[in-house]
Design a protein around this ligand. Structure first.
Ligand SMILES: Nc1ncnc2c1ncn2[C@@H]1O[C@H](COP(=O)(O)OP(=O)(O)O)[C@@H](O)[C@H]1O
Ligand SMILES: [Mg+2]
Length: 439
């Protein structure tokens, strides 16, 4: 231990990459660092995604990372880098010493923070200090072998070499607003994620979509930029427009401003349908967070979907509207296509909502998943931009949502019920998700 690395016979040089969207900022840092013989700048990038790619390629010791950048911001990038290149330590840079930002940066795995404008002395001492603090991590991975890290890097990069994917499309719909479509779409998408499963989540509400808020994402690019180029969507454009949540989930956002929609008027239902068709082939699952309106766009999306998750709540108006929607969907596609879900389910002893048995009886339809009401957990998750299922899958309501995600996975992949899904009620051996229960 403690012996200097042999081989090159040189003293340790700290390899650094710079990630900042402002060229002058990168240049300034580069100049400051040029005088230090023990620090070498091995690359620089202008977006979080470039930073991630660079980190994977160059395996630096230190990454100086701006927070606000287009495409993938510094926090998302940091989170991904921590997974893909754990030997690299991120130092965040920002003009504002905003405590919420700082907390997120630290949670994402940043080791330190520099407030802009950054002086030379501060910069050198922070880089050297963080490099030293990270020595044991580097040592650990050196011993652990390079193979595992290469695998991790590939997985984090999205396994883009993987080629064609299963392309299942799942539409999440409700005839009512505020019942939990976005909540369930986000969490089902997160619940479907695996290292080998690529998931895309799409905001289909171009006016008031709130996926960006739910996942704490922001971008100047949106589905409108794909609509403009729908004739030939090239992989680079797709890569730039799709956001990457810290979990690795890819997200297609709606336009950030209402004007963007009117201005272009390009995003017709036909164009949107073509976009989804083209994107879906690159993913195992594409989850559509739909809007309430039952218009031509909705009809297109229902048609595209392999499964429709119909979300209701145990209240009279919702049940009434769900009945109407089920009539239409069942008539059009047959009952197998729709998975009927109750959200905001309360303990029957509270007598707060309609009894689920009554709803099943009146709609002649089995409720296939029941997600409990849990304001605190759901709101905290939204405020933090993290899906509920990301924070422990064993506890309600995450547990029930994970079960719903599994139900979706099995129902589209034609797998059989023999796997471990826990039966919640009797009569579970009949797989038909829509069958009338004989109880
Ligand atoms: N099971 C639940 N328990 C408590 N609150 C919930 C639940 N599901 C959703 N919510 C909350 O209800 C509100 C509306 O949910 P949202 O997903 O935006 O609905 P929609 O997309 O259908 O309009 C959000 O504040 C969300 O946090
Ligand atoms: Mg919504």
């Amino acid at each position: 231990m403690g012996k200097p690395q042999g081989g090159m016979g040189k003293k340790d040089v700290i390899r650094v990459i710079l990630v900042d969207d402002i060229p002058e900022a990168r240049e300034g840092l580069r100049k400051l660092l040029a005088f230090e013989s023990d620090i070498e700048v091995v690359g620089s990038g202008s977006t979080g995604r470039e930073g991630l790619d660079l980190a994977i390629r160059t395996q630096p010791d230190i990454i100086l990372m701006d927070i606000n950048m287009p495409d993938m911001d510094g926090i998302n990038a940091t989170e991904q880098i921590s997974k893909a290149v754990p030997t690299a330590a991120v130092v965040m840079m920002s003009v504002h010493k905003d405590s919420a930002y700082l907390r997120r940066a630290m949670l994402a795995g940043a080791r330190d923070f520099l407030e802009k404008p950054i002086s030379g002395e501060e910069l050198y001492s922070t880089i050297r200090k963080v490099y030293q603090l990270n020595a044991n991590v580097r040592e650990q991975y050196r011993q652990g072998g390079a193979v595992a890290s290469a695998e991790r890097a590939k997985a984090a990069a999205g396994g883009s070499s993987a080629g064609k994917r299963a392309g299942h499309i799942v539409a999440v719909y409700s005839p009512q607003g505020g019942v939990g479509k976005t909540t369930l779409a986000t969490n089902v998408a997160a619940g479907l994620m695996r290292e080998d499963t690529r998931v895309l989540l799409v905001d289909c509400d171009f006016e008031f979509g709130d996926l960006a808020v739910f996942l704490y994402l922001q971008s100047n690019l949106s589905v409108v930029d794909l609509a403009k180029a729908v004739e030939e969507l090239d992989p680079d454009l797709i890569e730039n427009v799709l956001m990457t949540h810290a979990s690795g989930l890819r997200v297609l956002l709606g336009p950030a401003h209402l004007d963007d929609v009117d201005e272009t008027n390009l995003l017709t239902p036909d164009v949107f349908e073509r976009i989804i068709q083209q994107l879906a082939g690159n993913f195992d699952f594409t989850i559509l967070d739909m809007r309430v309106r039952l218009d031509r766009l909705a009809a297109k999306l229902f048609g595209l979907a392999d499964r429709i998750v119909l979300v209701g709540t145990p209240t009279l108006p919702t049940v009434k509207s769900c009945r109407q929607v089920l009539e239409v969907l069942d008539g059009e596609f047959g009952p197998e296509k729709t998975i009927f879900v109750m959200n905001r389910v309360t303990d029957p002893r509270e007598k707060a909502g309609l009894p689920l048995e009554d709803i099943e009886k009146s709609l002649k339809r089995q409720i296939e998943a029941r997600i409990p009401l849990d304001e605190k957990t759901m709101i905290a998750a939204v405020n933090q931009g993290v899906p509920v299922v990301a924070k422990g899958r064993g506890k309600s309501p995450a547990k029930e949502i994970v079960e719903l995600a599994e139900l979706v996975r099995r129902s589209v992949s034609g797998e059989d019920e023999s796997t471990s899904m826990q039966a919640t009620a009797a009569g579970k051996q009949e797989r038909s998700r829509f069958g009338r229960r004989s109880g």
